[in-house]
Design a binder for this molecule. Structure first.
Ligand SMILES: NC(=O)c1ccc[n+]([C@@H]2O[C@H](COP(=O)([O-])OP(=O)(O)OC[C@H]3O[C@@H](n4cnc5c(N)ncnc54)[C@H](OP(=O)(O)O)[C@@H]3O)[C@@H](O)[C@H]2O)c1
Length: 276
């Protein structure tokens, strides 16, 4: 089980901080079971030690060799070098979890000793408030226990779904880029609120609560978005007039295109990475 494990974060950037913050806040792991390193930025390691009581690594290879789980959290273009540096400290009784966007499990497996289970995860930026929508998939050596440990780990920063690796580009197009789509819509609605005469602060407060409330309604009533929308749309009422304007502008089709384009782009970028 996860509570008994030692975790090594290879990379001490924003994603590692979001994850360790969630792990500590949910008491999934105590700080003395978490070790992390980066490449050169010592002040950053001290900041994380002072903020969270995490141990910065003094001897990367020795610390990795004694870890049960290694989280690969470097930028995709740093993956090859980061894994080459620690290759000899890795062994098949460990689990490697990668959050590197677009990097396939097979590409990682090719850079580490054979037999090490690899789980690839795609969290999103809401992990900073422990509300990530994370998808995980396993590589060729990842048995169900490996996926279960990864699920528990990402459950500390939000919700987790397991998918086939073939779906990862689509996940990137939907929930990876998803927060930005919602910010885009929020930005437009804020401007729209001001255009009909609301002060910016009032618009902002009403809008944030509207988004939050709608998300909770979707989650807690178990009803689909279509059903919830129909429930609040009375014939010839205000909502119906607003929705008709959205239909005229083909907003649903635009969102379909946005997700399709982002999915396609994820696929293109993945191909570039695996050729590095
Ligand atoms: N941020 C997100 O919302 C998000 C969402 C989904 C997936 N991801 C993925 O998460 C990964 C990390 O993203 P991030 O935003 O956390 O990046 P980041 O803030 O730039 O952090 C990257 C970290 O990797 C370290 N690093 C680089 N090369 C290294 C090496 N050879 N050995 C050890 N550490 C090394 C860097 O150290 P120095 O600072 O010392 O160079 C830095 O601490 C990326 O692959 C990204 O695709 C991020």
């Amino acid at each position: 089980m996860l509570a008994d494990k030692r975790i090594f974060f290879l990379g001490a950037g924003s994603m590692s901080e979001a994850m360790l913050k969630g792990l500590l806040a949910t008491a999934t792991l105590p700080p003395d079971r978490i070790v992390l390193c980066n490449r050169q930025h010592l002040a950053r390691l001290h900041e994380l030690r002072d903020g969270y009581g995490i141990i910065p690594s003094r001897d990367k290879l020795a610390d990795i060799a004694t870890a049960d789980i290694v989280i690969l959290a470097v930028k995709p273009f740093d993956v090859t070098r980061a894994l080459a540096e620690v290759h000899d400290a890795l062994s098949a009784d460990q689990l490697l979890i990668s959050v590197a966007a677009g990097v396939a499990t097979a590409a990682i497996e090719a850079l580490i000793p054979a037999g090490i289970p690899v789980v690839r995860a795609m969290p999103n930026t809401s992990s900073f408030v422990q509300e990530s929508a994370t998808a995980i998939c396993g590589g060729r050596w990842a048995m169900p226990e490996a996926l279960e440990i990864a699920r528990q780990l990402f459950a500390a920063i939000g919700t987790v779904v397991a998918v086939d690796e073939g779906a990862m580009d689509a996940v990137t197009g939907l929930s990876g880029s998803g927060p930005a789509y919602i910010y885009y819509v929020a930005e437009a609605l804020l401007a729209a609120g001001e255009a009909v005469g609301l002060p910016e602060e009032t618009s902002r407060e009403l809008l944030i609560q509207t988004l939050y409330g709608a998300a909770r309604m979707l989650r807690e009533t178990g009803k689909g978005p279509g059903e919830l929308r129909r429930q609040v749309t009375s014939p010839n009422g205000t909502t119906m007039a607003g929705i008709a304007a959205l239909d005229d502008a083909e907003v649903a089709a635009a969102l379909r295109r946005a997700v399709a384009r982002a999915t396609e782009r994820a696929r293109e970028m993945g191909v570039q990475l695996s050729q590095r």
